[in-house]
Write a protein of this length. Structure first.
Lengths: 213, 213
DNA sequence: ATAACATTGTTATTTTATTAACAAGTAACG
DNA sequence: CGTTACTTGTTAATAAAATAACAATGTTAT
């Protein structure tokens, strides 16, 4: 099987995830086929882009019928998911952490939040939306035992660097950092950061531009 | 004043926001000058990129001394902020909405969350982290009265389209959508969407690739 | 049947973003 | 003072992403 042997462009991976999300909704609605321009419209992009992405993963639709929704979902799954799925831990079970756990819980079958970690004794050994919260001291132990490969960091910014370091030592493979603190991790660990303030400032900038202020 | 008359590239705007965040921290620590390679390291990018971004906003550092932290912060402010600031409303004061309000509150002087909206009577007229929650029915009225130009959508996905439509009617200028529901808004409204699941799936994909699974 | 049309798949082109290259110039040091 | 070393600013080159162009071909209408 040659499919997906080469690494896909960053942006394509993002869009595939988004396509799948909506394809699942289409499928639930009983829609069996979908055209590139329909997918495109949902995502505010061009049909060409959609076809190109789909080409890159080696799938073919049927002429004048479009893509088979179920087949496409399955193939995107083959690309994005691993067979046994990946296991995720959330470090910092505060407002954002709990909110993420609650949101995520039961969404994706192949990607599951299996543990929370917190330094506050009040939170330890509590269960949030079905996820057990462990003491931060047990990070390494639990990561190994539960076979966790991805960590989501939602501790206060001052703690983020320390948490990241311990995650790396514990053998984590990927980190999603929601704190505004920039992290330095070994290059073998895939790191992604998101800051909501940056998103909002970007919106503000373009609003300002549009208004000609 | 010619500065910033042309629209900056998307990515540059994002980075400027990030630079500022860390420059503020540097300033607080008493650091007065900073080199391009120092900024670069914080953000996992190259010094050239930093210099290029700074060039684009028309700022000049001093040779062998780097950039004046305070001046650079001020200039980025001139680019990203408006004089009187922009006012933001959060629609959906649930787990995520409250978490964002709490996080944002008192962070940025020029961008402030001034109102929450919710359809649940239990939440209406409560105050969350200093932000008054109004009934969703009052959306238009309050947006006009409070001069709100940006809306953050954190309602359940099924409600998102309706909320977006009403925001546009109410004259909002920019939307930050945290629901997984793709929205259609008038092209005059700047729309940005973020889905945490996509971020996580992207991390998972690259973890998978690295592992050679 | 045949023409007109719609839609895919793919290559070519354009645009945008990043990186490299290097001239210019200043601080620090002798 | 003169030299060395470093850092900026900018142009040029490269890479990545998006768009356009269009051939191929199945479908529908006549
Ligand atoms: N709340 C948001 O919407 C939001 C948005 C963007 C970014 N952030 C960032 O996310 C982070 C968390 O935000 P929050 O609002 O959830 O804060 P919070 O204070 O509610 O939660 C932080 C949690 O981390 C725990 N903690 C502290 N030190 C720890 C450690 N060393 N190990 C493990 N757990 C530890 C605390 O006990 C607490 O439960 C912050 O850095 C914030 O900047 C939050
Ligand atoms: N929680 C997260 O971390 C997270 C992460 C990513 C995305 N999201 C998305 O954000 C949205 C909200 O998530 P949540 O966890 O906060 O859910 P939630 O149920 O806690 O909050 C939703 C809130 O919206 C209110 N609401 C419902 N209909 C409304 C309407 N028409 N107008 C105004 N308010 C209305 C509800 O009363 C509730 O308070 C969901 O779409 C979810 O998919 C959440």
């Amino acid at each position: 099987m040659v499919i997906s042997s080469k690494t896909l462009p960053d942006k394509t991976v993002e869009r595939l995830s988004q396509y799948r999300r909506n394809l699942l909704i289409c499928l639930a609605k009983g829609k069996q086929h979908i055209f590139s321009h329909e997918i495109a419209q949902l995502h505010h992009i061009t049909p060409v882009q959609v076809r190109r992405d789909i080409m890159l993963i080696g799938y073919s639709g049927t002429l004048r019928k479009g893509y088979d929704v179920k087949e496409l979902i399955d193939l995107i799954g083959k690309i994005l998911d691993t067979d046994e799925g990946l296991r995720v831990g959330v470090i910092g079970v505060g407002n954002l952490g709990r909110s993420l756990i609650g949101y995520f819980n039961g969404k994706r079958s192949k990607l599951s939040i299996v543990a929370g970690f917190d330094a506050n004794p009040d939170k330890v050994d509590k269960v949030y939306a079905g996820v057990h919260c462990y003491h931060f001291d047990k990070l390494s132990e639990i990561i190994a035992r539960e076979n966790i490969s991805i960590g989501i960091i939602t501790v206060p910014a001052e703690q983020a660097a320390d948490v990241a370091e311990k995650l790396v030592i514990a053998g984590i493979k990927g980190i999603l950092n929601f704190t505004p603190k920039p992290l330095n991790v070994s290059p073998h660990v895939y790191l992604q950061e998101y800051d909501m303030v940056t998103s909002l400032e970007k919106v503000a900038y373009f609003v300002k531009k549009q208004a000609g202020i």
